[in-house]
Design a protein around this ligand. Structure first.
Ligand code: HEC
Ligand code: HEC
Ligand code: HEC
Length: 443
């Protein structure tokens, strides 16, 4: 009988051929896509660029604040926008570049089209391995900025061009092989990257459209709040459902009424974003503290109202099943109550009420504390917090054991009417210690 099934080796060969075709075909596809300056990608929102140069730069400045470009492009001991921040990725450290208009170390020589390609397609000028466009790593959130309108990207460029050129040499990255080879990003791009523009629902009013644009494109809120798959790509069906970041957890901010922000009083959500917190829902901290400090508190309050409207009414409600309660939850909570009284209550209060919005935030009724995963209480206790307000929260990493911290977390998540699951365990604390880079208490 004739064999119609391919043999193992021919199958392997055809798979290799398929992979090669996909790879090269994909490279050409991406090249062509990047070469077309598509009129189709012009503003989805009704935002047209001002023609007056001063107004254009002012719009660019606003957009750069709403997009929070500065913190990532400003490393320790670096002047604003000169790069040098090393972001830790699962594949090694990635340094942000200088985006001031310096002609040699910055982007002073870039054309408008090259700049658009970087934000819209994640492609920088130049080539790798001769034929590949220079793919940017998605740590630069072009996966969200791709939704920006062409006019707005040009306004951002006009603003950056108006800054003083700063000749600051790049900080080296420490990405591991093969991830330090940019062409390996091709497969990832083909699988997971869809370029914009922003899709607006025609039924939305102007406030909702503005909120959608600020949330999805500029504020890139999904980049931290949406869970990622094993290849670090955001999972679209789980938009805003919550995700771990550093030693913290960016909670569910979907419209879900119990787990997300759908049940928040809109005024509390606006206060959280614009006034950096109140005594109802706690205050923003860790990377969210930076986000609100540099971005959402710097834009008009009407923008934050539009973000709140969009999150609370237009996003799909998401429910996440939290890990089960610790096996010794009842005993753990009892131990935690004692530790809380001696370690935390001096600042946060016996009833978790805090001391004032710009002083010490409340832990009672604070959704970031009762989120599906207990990382936030653990992360804050391990790493401490550097607020923009009166006093810092100290680190207790050296003073408390992993078990102590798990116990405190389980108490805080369930005390005073808080409805979190007491699911913190010493193992979780040990993992977060590594991420926070703090050693355990010497026993
Ligand atoms: C979450 C951090 C983060 C944010 C926010 C961010 N960037 Fe980046 N950006 C990076 C990193 C990291 C790179 C380097 C990527 C690489 O090497 O592939 C980068 C690369 C770039 C590049 C390419 C420069 C070059 O020399 O190749 C440009 C241009 C750029 N960013 C502009 C911006 C602008 C404009 C904004 C705001 C609209 C912004 N970035 C926001 C992290 C960020
Ligand atoms: C760089 C990562 C990052 C980005 C970007 C980010 N967030 Fe967050 N967010 C966090 C983290 C971490 C927390 C948990 C700490 C806290 O509550 O402050 C958080 C908490 C929140 C909370 C409080 C939720 C709760 O249950 O208490 C809200 C609301 C929120 N973010 C909204 C937003 C919005 C709106 C945007 C976009 C404009 C955004 N975030 C962008 C990391 C991020
Ligand atoms: C010296 C006073 C002080 C002590 C003691 C203290 N905290 Fe804090 N805590 C703060 C301050 C101030 C903030 C606000 C920090 C910020 O906004 O970045 C804060 C914030 C927090 C947050 C984030 C909540 C939010 O909405 O901002 C958590 C969680 C937290 N503390 C838990 C604890 C736990 C658990 C303990 C005991 C192990 C503790 N804290 C002890 C001062 C303190």
């Amino acid at each position: 009988m004739m064999r119609i099934l391919p043999t193992k080796s021919s199958r392997r060969f055809s798979m290799a051929l398929c992979a090669l075709t996909l790879f090269l075909g994909g490279a050409l596809f991406v090249r062509n896509a990047a070469a077309n300056n598509d009129a189709a990608d012009y503003p989805a929102a009704s935002l047209s660029a001002p023609t007056d140069p001063t107004a254009l730069i002012a719009r660019g400045k606003y957009l750069v604040a709403a997009a929070d470009c500065a913190p990532c492009h400003t490393g320790p001991n670096h002047a604003p926008f000169t790069g040098g921040l090393v972001m830790q990725t699962p594949f090694g450290g990635l340094a942000s570049p200088n985006i001031t208009p310096d002609p040699t170390t910055g982007i002073g020589k870039w054309t408008g089209k090259q700049f658009y390609d970087a934000l819209h397609y994640g492609i920088a000028p130049g080539h790798d391995w001769l034929i590949f466009p220079r793919f940017l790593y998605p740590a630069m959130p072009y996966t969200s900025y791709t939704k920006l309108s062409y006019a707005d990207v040009m306004a951002i460029k006009a603003y950056l061009d108006s800054l003083a050129p700063a000749p600051v040499q790049p900080t080296p990255s420490t990405m591991r092989f093969p991830f330090n080879q940019r062409p390996v990003l091709l497969g990832w791009r083909l699988l997971f990257f869809h370029s914009g523009p922003m899709q607006m629902n025609p039924a939305w009013n102007d406030q909702m459209k503005n909120g959608a644009y600020l949330t999805e494109a500029l504020g890139h809120c999904q980049e931290c709040h949406t869970p990622r798959n094993f290849l670090s790509a955001m999972i679209p069906s789980k938009a805003f459902a919550g995700a771990p970041i550093d030693a913290f957890y960016a909670p569910n901010i979907s419209s879900d009424k119990t787990q997300g922000v759908g049940g928040w009083n809109p005024a509390d959500l606006v206060a959280y974003l614009h006034d950096e917190g109140n005594l109802v829902k706690g205050s923003p901290y860790a990377s969210m503290g930076e986000m609100t400090h540099n971005s959402t508190s710097q834009i008009p309050v009407s923008d934050d109202q539009d973000i709140a409207l969009y999150l609370q009414t237009a996003t799909a409600p998401q429910q996440v099943t939290p890990p089960a309660a610790a096996s010794d939850a009842t005993a753990s909570i009892a131990r935690g109550a004692t530790l809380y009284a001696s370690t935390c209550s001096g600042c946060h209060g016996a009833q978790g009420a805090g001391m004032g919005p710009q002083m010490v935030p409340n832990l009672a009724g604070n959704d970031s504390v009762t989120a599906a995963y207990p990382d936030n209480v653990i992360g804050a206790t391990l790493a401490g917090l550097t607020p923009w307000t009166a006093i810092p929260m100290p680190s207790f990493a050296a003073q408390l054991s992993d078990q102590n911290i798990a116990d405190i977390a389980n108490y805080v998540r369930t005390a005073w009417g808080n409805k979190g699951v007491p699911n913190a365990t010493p193992d979780m604390v040990a993992k977060l210690r590594q991420r926070a880079g703090v050693a355990e208490k010497a026993n």
